[in-house]
Ligand binder design. Structure first.
Ligand code: SF4
Ligand code: SF4
Length: 375
């Protein structure tokens, strides 16, 4: 085991290989508050990459309802229970990661789903966290809640899938940090399936090899965001590049949301993989649940998000989500507009920070009708 630094834990940790960060790291932010669970992302991925034989149950992108949705069944609660207490000392994680909690002779604390666990990808959809009793009325903060969690492979800095593979079939691309699996080397041992805590590697029984999300790297190489990003109806997603905190840039949209404003947070950072998909947490969910899922920064992130509309830089940055197919490595705010910039700082797209609001008079005297404003 090597000692590596995991900034999401605020400390060094054990990992199977030494620290070797790529030239730049694929990163993404998902704004949970805007997801409507339309599953367009899921289907756009499915029709692009996993429509073949043996891939019937595979969803490299899935969207599940929390707290009761899971794909595969119980993927997170199984591991959370096995991991034991996950304590934080301020911003430093004082519990054990999946690498530090590995049983004797194993590289990762994992668990193996059964085939039936993948059979109901929509289980728990729209289920709320408790029962609504007769006569119950809405009170704030809300006691009854649920939210949609869209998930892809996190292209982790310290991937458990990579660490666990006895054939060294999985590697991180040095140019973009995307984690890929060499199927010509894979012998189907499925150690990666057992090891990935997010359960984002799948075994194809037809080919006898494992398969996973490739972050649409042929598109990334052309400077275009992945399929599930550009097809997102809710415009919840932004793809770019994420730096470690000491190299964070204010004009990099992912760095700005993750490091500068600390508004976008990793999913289950306590697992220890330094995942590179970051979430703006839902604003209507109790703090203990959010802290368990996104770490101790969640309450502060919710507070910042609640005020984002009055913050021109944040409001402008969110307006750029879903505004272009192109990857957005840089951005800037100019007057009342947000501008996306490419690698050479050339303008890609420009959008108004605040959409104009038009309220029509209810009565139209010309046509002699009464109109209803429905939104
Ligand atoms: S999310 Fe899972 S499959 Fe993806 S890089 Fe991390 S450990 Fe590997
Ligand atoms: S397409 Fe976007 S809004 Fe629809 S489910 Fe996927 S992430 Fe959510």
């Amino acid at each position: 085991m090597a000692r590596v630094y995991n900034w999401q834990l605020g400390r060094a940790m054990d990992y199977w290989y030494s620290e070797n960060r790529p030239k730049r790291q694929f990163g993404a932010v998902f704004d949970i508050n805007k997801c409507i669970a339309c599953q367009t992302c899921t289907l756009s991925c499915k029709t692009t990459w996993t429509s073949g034989r043996g891939q019937e149950f595979m969803f490299w992108n899935n969207v599940e309802t929390k707290p009761y949705g899971y794909y595969p069944l119980a993927w997170d609660v199984n591991l959370l229970e096995a991991l034991g207490p996950q304590t934080w000392d301020g911003a430093t994680y004082s519990g054990r990661t999946v690498f530090e909690a590995a049983p004797e002779g194993e590289r990762v604390l994992g668990w193996m789903p059964e085939a039936i666990d993948y059979a109901s990808p929509n289980i728990g959809e729209d289920e709320i966290n408790g029962s609504v009793d007769k006569g119950m009325a809405l009170s704030l903060p809300q006691q009854i809640w649920m939210f949609y969690l869209a998930r892809i492979c996190n292209h982790c800095t310290y991937p458990a899938c990579l660490a666990s593979c006895p054939r060294s079939s999985i590697y991180k691309r040095p140019e973009d940090g995307i984690v890929v699996l060499d199927q010509s080397r894979c012998r189907g041992y499925q150690e990666c399936v057992r090891a990935c805590p997010y359960k984002k590697v799948y075994f194809n029984p037809s080919t006898g090899t494992s398969e996973k999300c490739i972050a649409c790297f042929p598109k990334i190489e052309e400077g275009i965001q992945p399929q599930c990003f550009v097809n997102c109806i809710g415009k919840i997603r932004l793809q770019g590049w994420v730096n470690p905190p000491e190299r964070a840039r204010e004009d990099n949209p992912i760095d700005y949301l993750v490091h500068v404003r600390k508004l976008a947070l990793p999913l289950y950072p306590q697992f220890g993989l330094e995942p590179n998909v970051y979430y703006v947490p839902p604003i209507h969910v109790p703090d203990p649940f959010l802290i368990q899922m996104f770490g101790p920064g969640a309450p502060a992130a919710v507070k910042t998000y609640r005020n984002a509309r009055n913050d021109k830089t944040l409001a402008g940055l969110f307006a750029l989500f879903g505004s272009t197919e192109r990857t957005i490595p840089f951005f800037r705010i100019s007057g009342d507009e947000a501008i996306a910039l490419d690698d050479d700082h050339r303008e890609t797209v420009r959008v108004p920070i605040y959409e104009p609001l038009v309220i029509r008079p209810a009565e139209d005297p010309t046509r002699r009708i009464i109109r209803l404003n429905t939104t």
